[in-house]
Write a protein that binds this ligand. Structure first.
Ligand SMILES: C[S@@+](CC[C@H](N)C(=O)[O-])C[C@H]1O[C@@H](n2cnc3c(N)ncnc32)[C@H](O)[C@@H]1O
Length: 362
């Protein structure tokens, strides 16, 4: 008998394809199909289950076992046992789940990243991003001196860690654009702590940029458009505001995604009906380590998380007028494929690896 058909509905399989076509589909289906009596702290238990999955998955990434899919199946199985026991044995918690004030995608996304990014410490903010970005560009043959004196847009700048880095790398004018008021306020506060000439921030949408055609020499967007309501419009805008002969950098999450993105999709499904604010507060109360929140909650708690293949991205870029589109095959020291170059099962674990592209425009 087809177990998936009996356990989970087609719309769940559509959101979580590993329930149908992975070697751990049975374990994943059993976990996703668990249910609990209405009176139990079901939301809380699911949050704890996601914390466990993140914690053990991080260990799996660090251990890099042979056959990581088997190790992942065991994690799913263990968490299923944990959840079953939790439902039956844990007394009610005194911090009940509450509905969010808004479920508008843009508001929840802005709130989510406002919360997440305020936790960057000074070292992770002012110095490290310049080094990471410098490595990602230089190792792929980009001459950093090209940035000298250039005007740059950081589209979806968050709290400005790469905006600041692009200025460190030589750009004379860098504008950070983001729709999160919290992030823009944080970026401005950090800038006033260590002022840099030519850096400024603006509140606004990357889907309708407040800039003229061809305003920037270099357009940069790192990890943003896959969280928006209209990824295509974002790409079109990015190319529109780039000067002819200008250059662009785009980072988007990947398909194929390997176990890593299956894990994220399973966790997203577990928390699908859990109010965002409640989940966020509980993860904080559980003192979930900052690196786990950055690595995984970034994508688990955000409303939209679109993954595309390299070909889909480069076709889309080309359709909006980008030229010389090149996927970057090298990364910074900390990037998965750079760090674990010799790990035989890296594609099983991480799929194609994060997509980073450079492009131009005639
Ligand atoms: C994963 S964060 C990346 C931030 C930054 N690029 C970095 O790498 O640190 C995504 C950012 O995109 C912003 N964002 C999402 N949708 C947006 C939109 N439509 N317009 C502007 N910013 C948006 C969020 O507020 C958030 O700061």
């Amino acid at each position: 008998m087809n177990m998936q058909a009996t356990l989970v509905s087609q719309d769940i399989i559509d959101r979580c394809p590993c329930l149908k076509d992975s070697s751990y589909k049975d374990e994943a289906s059993k976990l996703i199909s668990l249910n609990a009596p209405a009176s139990s702290d079901w939301d809380l238990h699911k949050i704890m289950a996601v914390y466990r999955i993140c914690f053990h998955f991080r260990k799996l990434e660090e251990d890099k076992p042979a056959q990581p899919d088997k190790a992942f199946a065991k994690i799913l199985d263990d968490v299923t046992h944990y959840l079953k026991a939790a439902i039956e044995t844990m007394p009610p918690y005194l911090y009940p789940s509450q509905q969010d004030e808004t479920d508008k995608v843009e508001d929840v996304t802005a709130d989510h990243y406002g919360n997440l990014f305020s936790y960057f410490n000074d070292e992770k903010y002012y110095e490290e991003p310049s080094e990471l970005l410098g490595q990602r560009l230089e190792r792929n043959g980009f001459d950093l001196s090209w940035l000298n004196g250039k005007s740059v847009l950081d589209a979806g700048c968050g709290n400005g860690r790469y905006t600041y880095a692009l200025s460190n790398l030589g750009a004379s004018k860098v504008t950070g654009l983001d729709m999160s008021k919290t992030n823009i306020a944080d970026a401005e506060k950090r800038l006033s702590g260590r002022p840099r000439e030519g850096v400024s921030y603006q509140l606004g949408s990357v889907l309708d940029m407040p800039f003229k055609d061809g305003e920037f020499d270099f357009v940069f967007s790192n990890g943003v458009l896959h969280h928006t309501t209209d990824l295509d419009k974002g790409l079109e805008e990015l190319v529109r505001v780039m000067k002819p002969e200008g250059r662009g950098f785009l980072m988007l999450i990947n398909d194929p995604g390997g176990i890593k993105w299956d894990m994220i999709e399973i966790c997203r499904e577990l928390l699908r009906d859990v109010p965002y604010r409640y989940a966020h507060d509980i993860f904080l109360k559980l003192n979930m380590p900052t690196h786990l929140r950055f690595l995984y909650l970034d994508h688990i708690l955000v409303p939209i998380n679109i993954r595309l293949s390299a070909k889909q991205i480069s076709d889309k870029l080309a359709s909006y007028g980008a030229t010389d589109i090149e996927r970057l095959e090298r990364g910074a020291d900390v990037d998965e494929f750079e760090k674990f170059e010799n790990y035989a099962d890296k594609e099983i674990l991480w799929g194609s690896g994060i997509h980073r592209f450079l492009f131009s425009k005639k």
